[in-house]
Design a protein around this ligand. Structure first.
Ligand code: PA5
Length: 465
């Protein structure tokens, strides 16, 4: 199981300015946390609570369909292209980056065991799009278009382009290269999939994008590149069991949620840094940024009071960002908590050769990169403690499908608990929807004409000042 260390956010180590009296706070909040966890678990099956993501570890049907489809297309495609944005891309990207051998797309087919390369197109930059089109042989590319709403402009515009090109190259057969992952009922993608006959996977109701990684949204792309989704599911289940414990002293998601909440409320710690010491986990902070920001950044609480809460999540990776962010973390405003992710055992042990012994870098020779990584992580932790900066550490025994299932699910539960502590609607994203609607208006979508007029005036103001 994943371990969690919180002492470095306590006042014994980092003093009174940013440090909490953690044990006392655990006592103070024991009952509240007990109620929150009990409620989350008792509401998870009720429609309208947006908690269906808590059941994804038990969704055997989806796993079965994903595996069946994966077996059907095995060896047929050289590339897998994911069209999706936000919660429809970030989870699969982070997990595939962590679990596939590094530089996967550069390996030849044999070294990839005939599984496809994987590309995520999660932006609408024309240069990037053209570059990808120049690179990919679309005939050998399986395209998975993923959008819960079925109408997101970024994803659907990409899809229109790729579908057009595929059809031009393959004629009627183009359908064999497309899979749609979307809502069972609503949205244009669902309509198109029915009309055109695309293979379709459904995202269960009551799951917002950022909590959808363990539905077909994430499981299908991961299975298609050969990742063991059964192991992921086992990790989720074991973590779910552990996090059903209503006693805060035995629930790491509740502990970290409470520490972050109290840091924000009482210590002006308005930012949360996610810093794995592993390059394979480099995209995990991207997923965390969306989860933490969209879920907790809210204007109103559930009672309609204007609260404007939410910590700004910041992504980092060790040791690289010791040479960029760390200076600010140590000596800038004391308004950040750092979440370290420590990997206990790397898959490889690589030794630094014992050369240049007569120089000042001679001390490195004969040691391993593993030791160097661990020393750098420990130095950063001790240094932040010296500067009295709050930090917590999650210890991942190793990077594998099982522990990543645990890690992602743990942070989902932590986010849901934090949302309850703030008393906000964790699962809405009104701020994002507003911008989506403005884009529709600016792109002349029918039904958005009034808004388009209003936006023209607002846009003029944006540039005149
Ligand atoms: O968490 C969310 O619901 C959003 O961030 C979505 O993931 C994102 O906006 C993409 O939406 P969709 O899957 O509908 O295209």
């Amino acid at each position: 199981m994943i371990d969690y260390i919180y002492v470095n956010s306590g006042r014994e180590i980092i003093g009174d300015e940013a440090g909490l009296d953690i044990e006392k706070e655990f006592d103070n909040y024991a009952e509240k946390i007990r109620d929150i966890i009990a409620n989350l678990n008792s509401n998870k099956d009720k429609p309208g609570h947006w908690l269906q993501w808590m059941n994804l570890g038990y969704n055997e049907e989806t796993v079965w369909y994903v595996k069946e489809f994966t077996a059907m297309v095995e060896g047929r495609f050289d590339n897998l292209l994911i069209l999706g944005i936000g919660g429809s891309a970030l989870g699969a990207r982070a997990i595939s980056e962590a679990l596939l051998p590094p530089y996967w797309n550069l390996l030849d087919k044999e070294k990839r065991n005939s599984f496809p390369r994987i590309f995520f197109l999660d932006n609408i930059d024309p240069d990037q799009i053209q570059g990808l089109l120049n690179l990919l042989d679309l005939k050998k590319t399986l395209v998975n278009v993923i959008t819960k709403s079925g109408s997101t402009a970024e994803t659907m515009s990409q899809f229109m382009l790729i579908k057009d090109k595929l059809e031009a190259e393959l004629g009627d057969d183009y359908r064999k290269n497309i899979i749609a992952t979307t809502d069972r009922e609503m949205g244009v993608l669902k309509q198109l999939a029915d009309q055109e006959g695309y293979k379709t996977f459904y995202i269960p109701d009551d799951i917002s994008g950022r909590f959808s990684v363990f539905s077909a949204v994430g499981l299908l792309p991961l299975a298609l590149v050969g990742i063991d989704i059964d192991e992921i599911i086992q990790g989720i289940k074991d973590m779910d069991l552990a996090l059903k414990n209503t006693d805060i002293r035995h629930n790491i998601a509740a502990q970290n949620a409470l520490i972050h909440y109290l840091m924000f409320k009482e210590k002006n710690i308005s930012m949360s840094v996610m810093m794995p010491y592993s390059n394979r986990l480099k995209y995990f902070p991207d997923w965390y940024v969306q989860l933490w920001a969209e879920s907790l950044g809210k204007e109103y609480d559930k009672n309609g009071n204007k609260v404007n809460v939410g910590q700004t999540p910041i992504k980092a990776v060790g040791a690289t960002d010791q040479h960029s962010l760390l200076q600010l973390l140590a000596e800038g405003p004391n308004n950040k908590i750092v979440n370290f992710i420590k990997v206990k055992d790397f898959d490889n042990e690589v030794e630094i050769p014992k050369i240049f012994e007569y120089t000042s870098i001679g001390y490195l020779g004969g040691k391993t990169f593993n030791r160097l990584m661990e020393s750098e992580e420990n130095s950063t932790r001790i240094s932040l403690n010296d500067y009295k900066r709050p930090n917590v550490t999650f210890i991942l025994p190793k990077i594998d499908a099982y522990h990543l299932g645990q890690l992602f699910y743990m942070f989902e539960v932590q986010t849901a608990i934090a949302g309850e502590l703030y008393n906000i609607d964790t699962f809405s994203q009104t701020g994002v929807e507003q911008s989506k609607n403005y884009t529709y208006a600016l792109m002349d979508r029918v039904g958005y004409e009034d808004s388009a007029e209003e936006l023209k005036t607002k846009l003029q103001k944006c540039f005149n000042n």
